[in-house]
Design a protein around this ligand. Structure first.
Ligand code: ZN
Length: 422
């Protein structure tokens, strides 16, 4: 953009602000520097001279807050993590750089990274912040903290993997040290695994992993450093233990029961179901003519996961969008999870709130992003059409007319010049 311009004016828009309120018709949104300066109706907009501003005419389009994905793995090249681990870290870093750009270009201006090799995601975050590469605002867990034989301790004992996805720790003292080490290298939050996984050949979901004492040690130390704790937990028992230990977000929760959902609700713990990966495996199982026993397994897991999501919604657990990008869902396909939320009982508006306001609360960044409000960071997307009529349009990146991250125009299909705040 012409540097003489004062900022960006988006006009003639249907504006969804992320709070769940009905869209505002013919709204105008003013961005000054990296912040939302005004939303129509308001004096600053009524009195401005449009020639001073980059004007985006959003007629027939919908303005939304930049979307937030609470669960990503950038740079994952294979679902088999032992295969993933054999590529060089340097190449893996480049792949992660490509992934974050894809996520941003899909309209996701914030993403939480939930476990990667070495310090890749931390360096990618820093590279984005320094302006070296394009990507969303990242909140990074770094490597998972896992116990011996836990989900992320996936090599036999005679093979060590110093840069794998997991950091192995046993007992409260080692947990505390692992948390401090992750914070030392730059983690924004701590990720632990409280259960195995339905897809893991070596650590099934019902295998006990971290003890209550270990989880409490992690949470206490993380909180002392003002870090949140996210837990991979699939079974009801692992969710109950995690909530009692004080975690902030539960990932997956495939086999919830009413008690585990009620505990989450009472403790204000956010649930990131990642239903899209389970649903896509179920769908591909149907298509690919899997052997009967495998199809029965993916069907059972999918049915239980869908029930858990329904149960959590009925009980009033706050749920946010997380795609598990890198695991079955490629980077840039993040909006698939919103469609899956709608398919599993959410209205399109509720799915959008789960990807904006609720997601920002789950990540503890709601004072700055998540909704379109005066004074917040200007993370804005404009989509051709109305996602309330068909949520699937958010998956079509060719319909994203504008992406603004923190006041900077990342994509503008209407006016080609880039705008960087002064
Ligand atoms: Zn994950």
């Amino acid at each position: 953009m012409d540097r003489a311009k004062k900022g960006i004016l988006i006009k003639n828009a249907d504006l969804i602000d992320g709070t769940g309120q009905s869209p505002r018709k013919n709204a105008r949104l003013l961005i000054e520097g990296d912040r939302v300066a005004a939303i129509d109706p308001g004096k600053p907009i009524d009195t401005i001279d449009e020639s001073d501003w980059v004007v985006i005419d959003a007629q027939g389009k919908t303005v939304l807050p930049g979307l937030i994905d609470c669960h990503n793995h950038m740079g994952i090249v294979s679902e088999k993590i032992t295969e993933h681990d054999i590529i060089p870290l340097e190449l893996n870093t480049l792949i992660a750089a490509r992934d974050v750009e894809s996520v941003l270009m899909a309209g996701f201006t914030t993403a939480r990274c939930m476990g990667g090799r070495g310090n890749i995601e931390i360096s990618i975050r820093d590279g984005i912040d320094k302006g070296l590469i394009h990507g969303p605002r990242l909140l990074v867990a770094g490597r998972y903290i896992t116990c011996t034989g836990g989900l992320m301790d996936y090599y036999p004992s005679w093979i060590s993997s110093p840069s794998g996805l997991g950091v192995v720790a046993d007992g409260p003292v080692e947990m505390l040290k692992a948390v401090r080490n992750m914070i030392k290298v730059g983690a924004d939050l701590i990720k632990i695994d409280g259960s195995g996984a339905t897809t893991s050949p070596y650590c099934p979901p019902d295998k006990p992993t971290l003890s209550m004492e270990e989880m409490k040690a992690v949470v206490e130390e993380a909180k002392r450093h003002n870090r949140r704790v996210a837990i991979h937990a699939e079974t009801a028992q692992s969710v109950k233990d995690a909530v009692r230990a004080g975690v902030n977000t539960v990932e997956h929760g495939i086999f919830l029961d009413a008690e585990s959902a009620r505990l989450m609700k009472a403790a204000g713990v956010y649930f990131i179901p990642t239903i899209g990966i389970t649903y896509s495996r179920y769908r591909s199982g149907e298509k690919e003519k899997m052997p009967d026993f495998m199809r029965q397994r993916v069907t059972h897991v999918y049915e239980r996961h869908a029930q858990s999501m329904e149960l959590a919604a009925d009980i009033g657990v706050k749920m946010a969008i997380g795609t598990d990008v890198g695991v079955a869902i490629p980077a840039g396909k993040n909006a698939y999870e919103l469609s899956c939320f709608v398919q599993h009982g959410f209205s399109p508006m509720e799915a959008i709130v789960a990807a904006t306001k609720t997601a920002s609360e789950a990540l503890g960044i709601d004072a700055e992003v998540g909704t379109l409000e005066v004074g917040k960071k200007a993370d804005v997307i404009v989509i051709d059409g109305n996602p309330l009529d068909d949520i699937r349009i958010l998956q079509d990146t060719s319909r994203i007319a504008l992406i603004v991250k923190q006041g900077e125009i990342i994509k503008n299909a209407l006016v080609p010049a880039p705008h960087r705040p002064q």
